[in-house]
Design a protein around this ligand. Structure first.
Ligand SMILES: [Mg+2]
Length: 154
């Protein structure tokens, strides 16, 4: 049986800054300090560098799920996260993340072996498996994460 990996979206799978870069200055000013509440912001975001090809590699040896948090005060983000996953990975039954998108503010409640997340927030630091701290010195990018996880299967 394959081991389970949960993958965070913002700044792991999704390049949050790529969406911010597309906002005009008025919007940036109005939402300073709470940019994740900008309406439609998630639909503007592009994949994090090397995320897509890394996911496809990992999918050969692991059971993958997306485990993300959507802002409580930005309902459109909940919709756009689903649409983002469908845009980049497909929406058909045989697509990689078909019915495998979990939105949670309590990531510690999910059972599995690994969680790839850039922040300790929303239960990530209390995850019962191994928290792979994306962006840390140990796991600065998708290359280091993929290399580590593929070695773990040997
Ligand atoms: Mg994140």
């Amino acid at each position: 049986m394959k081991k389970i990996i949960y993958i965070d979206m913002d700044n792991v799978l999704v390049d949050f800054k790529s969406g911010i870069a597309k906002l005009d200055s008025d919007t940036l000013e109005a939402y300073e300090g709470k940019l994740d509440e900008v309406p439609d912001i998630f639909s503007l975001m592009e994949p994090f560098p090397h995320a897509i090809e890394s996911i496809h590699k990992l999918a050969e040896c692991y059971d993958l799920y997306i485990l993300s948090t959507a802002p409580w005060l930005n309902p459109s983000a909940w919709i756009h996260k689903l649409e983002w996953v469908q845009k980049y990975f497909g929406k058909e039954k045989d697509s990689l993340f078909y019915k495998r998108l979990i939105i949670s503010h309590n990531k510690n409640l999910n059972t599995g072996h690994y969680l790839i997340d850039d922040r300790p927030n929303n239960g990530a630091k209390d995850f019962k498996g191994e928290w792979i701290h994306f962006g840390s010195t140990e796991f600065p990018n998708w290359h280091s994460v993929t290399e580590y996880l593929l070695l773990e299967t040997k």
